[in-house]
Design a binder for this molecule. Structure first.
Ligand SMILES: [Zn+2]
Length: 617
């Protein structure tokens, strides 16, 4: 017997065998069982998704000797004739080659005669959109008043080319693209029946190449089976199809994440040798990074393009440590470079240059991370200078500058005095007068200037543990006005809040800046409600767990007990463009006067080139 290609040998003969078009087969089955099958049915959809197959099964359903039924027997003479393509009452017409008005006229004339020995005369017109205008007009005539023994089943890949007058007389069903996992499963099932040893990775390559078409997948599978003897793995598939192996994609993304230029060149070189089309390869890379970003953003398998299930795990693994902003940055750059690769006379060179530019991009850091880093840096520096300034080391020499400090400052001349130098145990003369007194006078009206610090409260001395060891960061704990470690219970909430902000300014300036427009009230003795107006970014930043903890700790220390903190944030209005501009200006001023920015400028001896308003993620 002559060899039958897989697509023909395994062409579905029943509705339940059709892959992934349940929405259509169910609707048609229901129509058949309830006796409401339309006289003209249009099946549209991408090539190789089962349109003609469904039309043939439908013909069997209608003409089966036990029919009309949703489950044709496939054994009666009518079913067998349809399967073999020799049925006297089923006419399969190719619309592309029979597109003239005369062809349709012939159909019209024939249609009026009764079927030979089946209940219905069935016309299956494939690629019906190819009919000429006059042919469509001729067809319209018979669709308007069809004889009761005639059914029309149309199939098309381009329903948009069919006149609306025809469309409105057909019941339309749209076939969907078949997802890659379904294609792979289907091929695996057939290979099992054919006793063909083929790896799932190899099937994945075929599935990707097929791009949603079952028929294409089976044709490629046929090609591979006939070309390879013995077990079929990745290597054999690569030899036959010359497709891109998935491993290379993952290697490439890893090399880009590692900024390994040598590896990138190696991979491109290897794929070039293998005969890969460079422009297509670049598109594959873009799609791969797009899928990685989708995975990073938590997107489900449905929105991943051509990614089989087992690869999604590998994607998760690869990007676990990579920030999404970095993947986004790479994808963005790949898109920008696409035109240069596509239209280059030397696409390989263009692709290499594109990847070089991507590797040279400075790592993108989210503003959150930046602020955290600056704070950490600042804190580290404060601690270092506090250590330098601590009693027992060089504290007594502070009338001038300690040698240690001098040397520290000499090595970094631009570093300014950090306001957190106050140490509770330090003598008044040891207080650097600039930042602390400034803060004390301006922001801490409830507190005396450091000059009166001698009267360190007994309560504090008794309980040094109650106040955390890092003394320099708690100016209030050493002030005489609160005669114990706790604040005066009668103190107005506004004053307490002002003092707390002053401490926050020392401990984490970026957090304090979130509360630039804020008030506080005490709904209960152990509760503090903070109302503040800020941008969405600032509101989010203030309520980040780490920052919340810090605020909690400052408040607890200040009041000497556990305080319940609640927020009443109010978003800065951004409705109109005027408000937006105003907010932008506000942000700009905020950025410019932000202590971290100021400090960064001093530390790195920098200048502000541009202030960009970034969209919040
Ligand atoms: Zn039958």
């Amino acid at each position: 017997m002559a060899y039958l290609v897989l697509a023909r040998k395994y062409r579905p003969q029943r509705f339940e065998d059709v892959v992934k078009q349940d929405h259509i087969t169910k609707a048609l089955s229901n129509a058949l069982t309830s006796g409401r099958l339309a006289h003209a049915i249009l099946l549209s959809g991408p090539r190789g998704t089962g349109k003609t197959t469904i039309a043939r099964i439908l013909a069997k359903c209608v003409n089966c000797e036990s029919g009309p039924t949703a489950t044709p027997c496939n054994t009666c003479s009518s079913c067998l004739e349809i399967t073999s393509g020799h049925a006297a009452d089923v006419f399969e017409i190719d619309g592309a080659s029979n597109n003239k008005v005369d062809n349709i006229r012939e159909i019209r004339e024939n249609a009026h005669y009764m079927p030979a020995h089946s209940p219905y005369k069935i016309y299956i017109i494939d690629e019906v959109h190819m009919l000429s205008d006059s042919a469509f007009n001729a067809l319209l005539k018979i669709l308007e008043e069809p004889p009761s023994h005639v059914k029309f089943f149309f199939a098309t890949t381009e329903p948009n080319k069919i006149p609306i007058t025809i469309l409105s007389r057909c019941q339309r069903h749209d076939c969907r693209r078949v997802d890659i996992d379904a294609i792979i499963d289907h091929m695996a099932h057939l290979c099992q029946q054919e006793a063909i040893d083929i790896s799932r990775e190899a099937l994945t390559i075929i599935g990707r190449e097929a791009d949603g078409s079952i028929r294409d997948a089976l044709s490629l599978l046929d090609l591979v089976i006939t070309s390879v003897s013995g077990p079929i793995g990745m290597e054999q598939i690569m030899d036959v199809l010359g497709g891109l192996d998935r491993q290379s994609l993952f290697e490439m993304s890893q090399a880009v994440f590692d900024r390994d230029a040598g590896k990138v060149i190696d991979i491109i070189d290897r794929l070039y040798d293998r005969g890969q089309h460079m422009v297509k390869l670049f598109s594959e890379f873009i799609e791969h990074f797009r899928n990685l970003l989708v995975v990073k953003l938590g997107g489900g398998p449905r929105i991943l393009t051509n990614v089989p299930e087992f690869e999604q795990q590998a994607m998760h693994e690869q990007i676990r440590e990579i920030p999404k902003i970095r993947i986004n940055q790479i994808l963005d750059q790949l898109f920008k470079e696409e035109t240069s690769v596509r239209f280059s006379a030397q696409p390989r060179l263009a692709m290499e240059m594109a990847f070089f530019r991507i590797l040279q991009m400075p790592p993108a850091v989210s503003i959150d991370t930046l602020i955290e880093k600056m704070d950490a840096f600042r804190k580290g520096f404060s601690e270092a200078s506090a250590h330098v300034n601590s009693p027992g080391t060089v504290q007594k020499e502070y009338s001038g500058e300690s040698e240690l400090q001098k040397s520290a400052f000499n090595s970094a001349p631009a570093i300014p005095a950090i306001p957190t130098n106050i140490s509770p145990g330090a003598s008044p003369s040891s207080q650097p007068d600039i930042p602390v007194s400034k803060i004390s006078e301006k922001d801490q009206p409830g507190y005396s200037t450091p000059g009166s610090e001698k009267k360190t409260s007994p309560g504090e001395e008794k309980e040094p543990d109650a106040v955390k060891e890092s003394g320099p960061q708690k100016p209030f704990s050493s002030t005489p006005e609160t005669d114990s470690a706790t604040a005066d219970p009668d103190e107005p909430a506004a004053l307490s809040w002002k003092n707390i902000l002053a401490v926050m300014a020392l401990e984490q300036p970026s957090l304090k800046s979130c509360f630039s427009e804020s008030t506080a009230r005490k709904p209960a003795p152990d509760a503090l409600d903070i109302a503040f107006t800020a941008t969405q970014f600032n509101i989010n930043f203030a309520q980040k767990p780490g920052n919340l903890d810090l605020l909690q700790s400052i408040c607890n220390r200040y009041f000497g007990k556990e305080i319940k903190i609640s927020f009443s944030p109010r978003l800065l209005e951004t409705n109109t463009s005027r408000m937006k501009k105003k907010e932008a200006r506000l942000l700009e001023t905020e950025a410019l006067s932000h202590p971290v920015v100021e400090e960064a400028m001093k530390l790195f001896n920098g200048k502000i080139v541009e202030i960009k308003l970034l969209q919040e993620a």
